[in-house]
Design a binder for this molecule. Structure first.
Ligand SMILES: Nc1nc2c(ncn2[C@@H]2O[C@H](COP(=O)(O)OP(=O)(O)OP(=O)(O)O)[C@@H](O)[C@H]2O)c(=O)[nH]1
Ligand SMILES: [Mg+2]
Length: 411
């Protein structure tokens, strides 16, 4: 595992501006944030304009010289490239520059590794790390050997490489098995939730948008929220009591990010899938971020990739208290609200909206059930929401909300 925190890492960021590519300056701003989250100090950046990235070395020969000079001048310990490098690009650059070469994927993996808390998150990160590494075994041999323990403590050699690969394969299949156990467990929880007829809203959004803060403010719970990228890696579900007595489950999710490497989306699928099983999507946008529009776009793309479609979307333009907060036009969502998760501004409107949406799914029942029909009250308890029950001589007076599907069986 690459450890950034131990000795001070000083890095130079390297990006390629291609014609069809979004703005690399902005992408490098974000890469700098990622680097600092991982504990590395950015000491310079170099951008090359090219039609496309160099297949063998990511950047061209002349630029490599420039990077080498900057690394030397700034006493940098390594470079971080803005795109995922192929194994060949990584090896070649490492040979040419003679310093540590990292890429966006490795950086994100490193942050993920430091932040995963639940066993599921940890397994997912380790799997993604192993997959990334096994493809780059030659180049990463040195950093691997620093791991100590099982993998790689002796010098290089073909035989050694074979052993590394076999160890990694064994580990991967063990992890996969563990993961499928954990996923089964999650599936169980999900289906019992569905049986209890509890509606769920998934809070999604770009990393650092304020998702965890929102969950904390709404439910008074303590979910780690930090001004760091990827503070949340494991979904956390909390019960929200709405003012009118209705209830909804809110699930915090891992933040999305620009250029989230595909196999990471793959690795985190089961975590991100919370959004797929939710009844509603609450999309939190950091409206004080100049990149808000691009970030919203990334969120929609990721949702599409996950197959999350046809759900009601509530977009929250968050951080209204912050300077420069704006409201963007948003054609993809069904409802938009201006809020501040920090100050609580606008959250009463969110409460009202959720009440309205939930009420649409349920029918209000006020009825006296004779004692011989008490079984129906059990049905309400199981599938609906019992607001009150009062025992009288004629029977039980009940106020409740029941889902449309079972209304006919209750009245
Ligand atoms: N000014 C202001 N800051 C906010 C608001 N909501 C969240 N923040 C800050 O934004 C930062 C990120 O908040 P989090 O709640 O951790 O963001 P997140 O979306 O959960 O981030 P990840 O878990 O990393 O994806 C923290 O420093 C919060 O204090 C808000 O309404 N106003
Ligand atoms: Mg969070």
């Amino acid at each position: 595992m690459e450890e950034f925190g131990k000795l001070e890492e000083r890095v130079v960021l390297v990006g390629v501006q291609t014609d069809d590519h979004d703005n690399v300056e902005e992408s490098l701003d974000e890469l700098k944030e990622l680097a600092s989250t991982a504990g590395a100090v950015t000491v310079g950046r170099i951008i090359q304009n090219r039609e496309s990235v160099h297949p063998g070395t990511y950047i061209g020969k002349g630029k490599i010289e420039e990077v080498r000079a900057l690394v030397y001048a700034m006493d940098a310990t390594g470079i971080i490239c803005d795109d995922e490098l192929s194994p060949a690009q990584l090896n070649n650059l490492e040979r040419e520059l003679d310093c540590k070469v990292m890429d966006r994927t490795l950086l994100i993996l490193d942050i993920f590794a430091a932040r995963a808390i639940t066993s599921e998150g940890k397994i997912q990160v380790e799997l993604a790390q192993l997959r990334y590494r096994s493809a780059r075994l030659v180049g990463l041999r040195e950093s691997l050997s620093r791991l100590g323990g099982g993998i790689g403590t002796r010098g290089p050699g073909e035989k050694k490489l074979e052993t590394d690969r076999r160890l990694i394969r064994t580990r991967i299949s063990a992890l996969k098995q563990e993961l499928s156990q954990v996923e089964k467990h999650r599936e169980l929880i999900r289906s019992s939730r569905a049986r209890g007829n509890m509606k769920t809203a998934a809070i999604v959004g770009y990393t650092n948008a304020g998702k965890s803060t929102l969950l904390n403010t709404l439910t008074g719970s303590e979910v780690l929220s930090e001004d760091k990228l990827f503070a949340t890696l494991d979904p956390t579900t909390r019960l929200l009591n709405l003012k009118d007595g209705q209830q909804i489950l809110l699930t915090d999710t891992v933040g999305f990010i620009h250029k989230l490497p595909h196999h990471l989306v793959e690795a985190f699928k089961s975590t991100l899938e919370e959004a797929k099983y939710a009844d509603y999507i609450i999309h939190v946008v950091d409206s004080s971020n100049p990149q808000a529009e691009m970030q919203m776009h990334v969120v929609y793309e990721t949702l599409k990739e996950l197959g999350v479609m046809g759900k009601k979307i509530i977009t929250l333009f968050n951080k209204q208290d912050a300077p420069g907060a704006c409201v963007l036009r948003d054609f993809k969502s069904d409802y938009t609200l201006k809020v501040s998760a920090k100050t609580g501004e606008g959250l009463a409107d969110l409460n009202d909206l959720l009440e309205k949406l939930l009420a649409e799914e349920q029918i209000y029942v006020e009825r006296l059930f004779p004692y011989q029909e008490a079984g129906k009250i059990q049905l309400i308890r199981e599938y609906g929401q019992l607001i009150s029950e009062e025992y009288t001589e004629e029977g039980i007076a009940v106020k409740a909300r029941v889902p449309k599907e079972i209304y006919a069986r209750v009245v």
